[in-house]
Design a protein around this ligand. Structure first.
Ligand code: APR
Ligand code: PHB
Length: 388
């Protein structure tokens, strides 16, 4: 089999890239390790920067998002019983969109089916070959047979645990990372959201976030020790702890109910450089991870894929200068989002090893944010997303 671009990984990064290439008349094949049901079963953050919204429209999956997505003009930040608003519309004249990643992924698969582009699911032992030369190819096993796909370029969109990044020789790869000493316990519940906008809460008992998917579906998180498991957190305990971390007036009105999903995710900052080696370009979680505090994971995958699609389209027309610039261009934006996500994480969480000095600095940062329009503008500018 032969194609122009082999895309490893059928998550949001691989699927958006596939759509942009297909629309530019470039042949591509998506090779995914899991079943479609498995991919669609994952629940991930659902806050879209406006540039991501525009990109999804260009990728042909804007219709349901326009009908059911909920535009938000701000977020709330709570600090103990104090609560203040970051007004995106007023401060930076932009907004974000609440629209679940699961929905986006579903629309992307359907668009891919409609356009008749091939997707291989349940591909085992995916291996990249010849990325240093001019004739790269990908092999995998499926249904007891070996398969081979020859291509011009390989897009490594296979997430943090994928194989693509590790195909770049260790002598060339540089990895930067920071692990945080806590995780986020998240629940999805068929209850109305705590407020019209997201509430990020910094309390003495740790961080909490009230988010949402729809007017009748809420997503809430609390910071928990890394050693905890979901079994330690029956629903009643979760709600009780969440309420204790929210301002009294918000806790009082919070509607609780049974959870329909519950999971714990560790928090990590990670970047692998460079994002291109020979015929391989990385995009999305394959190249970098952010802690979820700034909701940047999907948005960063979107900006990578925007740059990468431009580069591959130029290469299709015989110009490889954009491919040569891809890593540098993508990383410049990646590091700014890494900084912002790290800063939001440091600002809002309780650290087990926090010294009294660290704590006062954190409180001063929160007070400064509450009081200073300049500080709120900086947060708003980053939250709604820096330009692609
Ligand atoms: N071969 C093929 N596919 C693989 C392999 C492999 N060896 N390893 C992993 N995959 C698949 C995964 O099953 C997954 O479907 O690659 C896909 C990667 O998808 P994500 O992990 O969602 O990563 P990405 O597409 O970069 O998403 C970026 O969206 O889902 C979120 O947390 C993610 O916020 C991040 C953003
Ligand atoms: C979510 O809705 O899942 C969500 C929202 C904002 C975040 C992280 C997760 O910062």
């Amino acid at each position: 089999m032969r194609t122009e671009v082999a895309i490893i990984g059928g998550g949001p990064a691989g699927l958006i890239l596939g759509q942009l290439l297909t629309r530019a008349g470039i042949d591509n094949v998506v090779i995914e390790k899991h079943t479609r049901e498995h991919v669609l079963g994952r629940i991930r953050a659902g806050i879209l920067e406006w540039e991501t919204v525009e990109l999804l429209k260009r990728a042909g999956v804007g219709e349901r998002m326009a009908r059911h997505g909920i535009p938000h003009d701000g977020i709330r930040i709570a600090h103990g019983d104090q609560i203040f608003r970051i007004d995106f519309a007023e401060l930076v004249h932009k907004r974000v969109m609440v629209w679940g990643q699961t929905e986006i992924t579903r629309d992307l698969y359907e668009a891919r089916d409609r356009e008749g582009m091939p997707t291989v699911h349940e591909a085992a032992d995916v291996t990249l070959h010849g990325i240093d030369g001019n004739a790269p190819f990908v092999t995998w096993r499926k249904d007891g047979r070996e398969h081979r796909l020859d291509c011009d370029w390989i897009a490594g969109c296979d997430g943090f645990h994928g194989v693509s990044r590790r195909t770049i020789p260790e002598s060339i790869r540089r990895e930067f990372q920071r692990a945080y000493p806590f995780g986020w316990l998240g629940i999805l519940s068929p209850t109305p959201p705590a407020a019209e906008e997201l509430i990020y809460a910094a309390s003495d008992r740790g961080f909490a976030l009230c988010s949402m998917r729809r007017p009748d579906l809420s997503r809430h998180y609390i910071q928990v020790p890394l050693a905890d498991s979901v079994d330690d957190w029956p629903d009643e305990l979760f709600w009780e702890e969440l309420k204790r971390r929210l301002p009294a007036e918000v806790a009082r009105d919070l509607v609780t109910g049974p959870s329909i999903e519950k999971s714990i995710a560790p928090l990590r900052s990670f970047v692998s450089e460079p994002m291109r080696h020979g015929r391989l370009c990385l995009a999305g979680d394959a190249a970098h991870i952010v802690p979820p505090t700034g909701a940047k994971g999907l948005n960063l995958a979107a900006s990578d894929v925007h740059y990468l699609a431009e580069a591959l389209i130029a290469a299709h027309h015989g110009r490889t200068d954009e491919i040569d610039r891809y890593s540098e261009r993508a990383l410049a934006r990646v590091w700014k989002a890494e900084r912002f996500s790290w800063w939001m994480t440091m600002l809002l969480h309780s650290f087990p090893d926090e010294t009294p000095f660290d704590r006062r600095i954190r409180e001063a940062d929160l007070d400064y944010l509450a009081a200073s329009r300049a500080a709120r503008t900086a947060l708003a500018e980053n939250y709604v997303g820096l330009p692609f």
